[in-house]
Design a binder for this molecule. Structure first.
Ligand SMILES: [Zn+2]
Length: 391
């Protein structure tokens, strides 16, 4: 059985030397940003957590050490819903996100949406009398299945796809509510024609997760560089065997040559020309959600296969050079398996495996890097990493 784990975050450090093939040379426009790992969602091969129970966790942490106002609750699995549970745990332990969701809960009652269900769930965890335990996220799952047919079944789903769906849905709900409030504030019959064409204001989802990529194209004939910005809520990077996140991100910024049938129309030359194209990160988000593309469509096999490649992820990522394959993430592959979340909360590392919560050592994170050889199919590998910006 495969398990996906969500490692929540680790703290680590990594320096990025960008290849500097063109432009400013640095892939990240604003220089040395530092990000520390907040958590990861990992995919694991087998569940080996046995008999851990909530009170044991409380005992292990100890009454003096247990963070004030913190609650470590497992989530009941409603039939292959670990993809959802792992993402919910990761988001709960994204402090800025949790705070905004809880603040939303305290606003006047709105009609039920995925966001109100999420707010109810977070509120329910945050206001538990006990410090540890298990909660059934039933209302949230029911709502999710009602809203999106993709998740309306008992099959394993892709955690990244779910994360992306959830963040976009929450942002849409917030923007829609803001629009309604604006319209309600206008005199009767007055149509707000002015603002109809302006892009919606960023919401707190954007403030937390949105970064910007710059897509640069350099015409090889006239050397003119044109650039186009593109926003993202998460970054998907290709993975290779025995590499690091740093390496994968560098691959993201690799220069690609546009030639033959893919030539680029240059406005200067007014004709199709060969060009170099590359992406770089223009603005890093407060929290970077990095998705490792571990599902790959194999032409020979006519199916998706999972790449258990060992990709080392640092606890702290320093600067960051990304670009490359920003096209849409691949459709989901084999969704067997299991997801868990590994979260750093205060100074503890916790593993959330549905209804089980365990304290783990920081070194145990290394078990989620992946495999050095492809022989064994049993693997535990980081799938979505969350890095939080420092300073
Ligand atoms: Zn040109």
């Amino acid at each position: 059985m495969l398990v996906y784990t969500v490692p929540s975050t680790a703290l680590g450090r990594h320096v990025w030397d960008s290849p500097g093939s063109f432009g400013s040379g640095d892939c990240v426009e604003d220089g040395a940003a530092r990000m520390e790992i907040l958590m990861t969602i990992s995919k694991i091969a087998s569940i080996c957590t046995m008999g851990a129970n909530a009170s044991a966790l409380e005992k292990e942490i100890g009454p003096e050490q247990f963070p004030v106002n913190e609650h470590y609750f497992g989530l009941v699995n409603f039939g292959n819903t670990c993809y959802c549970n792992s993402v919910l745990q990761a988001l709960y332990f994204c402090r800025p996100f949790r705070e905004k969701v809880l603040a939303y809960k305290s606003q006047p009652r709105k009609k039920e949406s995925l966001l109100t269900c999420l707010a109810d769930l977070f509120h329910s965890i945050a206001t538990q009398k006990k410090k540890v335990g298990v909660i059934p996220p039933k209302k949230f799952i029911t709502r999710l299945r009602k809203e999106n047919e993709l998740f309306d079944n008992y099959m394993q789903q892709d955690a990244h796809e779910f994360l992306n769906y959830l963040l976009n849905t929450v942002a849409d709900i917030l923007q829609e509510e803001r629009k309604q409030e604006k319209q309600n504030g206008l005199p009767n019959g007055c149509i707000d024609s002015e603002n109809n064409n302006s892009p919606p204001d960023p919401t707190w989802v954007h403030e937390i997760f949105q970064g910007t990529l710059t897509n640069e194209t350099r015409c090889l004939t006239c050397e003119t560089i044109s650039s186009k910005d593109e926003d993202f809520l998460d970054l998907s990077v290709d993975v290779e065997q025995n590499t690091s996140i740093t390496h994968c991100l560098r691959g993201f910024s690799n220069t690609e040559t546009l030639c033959s049938e893919y030539k680029y129309y240059c406005e200067e030359c007014r004709s199709k020309q060969e060009a170099h194209k590359r992406m770089k990160v223009k603005k890093l988000p407060m929290i970077l959600a990095l998705h490792l593309k571990r599902f790959k469509y194999m032409d020979q096999l006519h199916r998706y296969t999972k790449l258990s490649y060992r990709v080392v992820f640092p606890l702290e990522l320093r600067l960051f050079n990304t670009s490359g394959d920003a096209t849409n993430p691949d459709r989901i592959g084999p969704n067997r398996g299991h997801y868990i979340a590994i979260v750093k909360s205060h100074d503890f590392w916790l593993l959330f495996d549905d209804d089980i919560v365990e304290k783990i050592d920081a070194q145990a994170i290394e078990e989620f890097y992946g495999l050095t050889s492809d022989i064994s199919k049993n693997s535990e590998s980081g799938y979505i990493l969350f890095y939080q910006s420092r300073d």
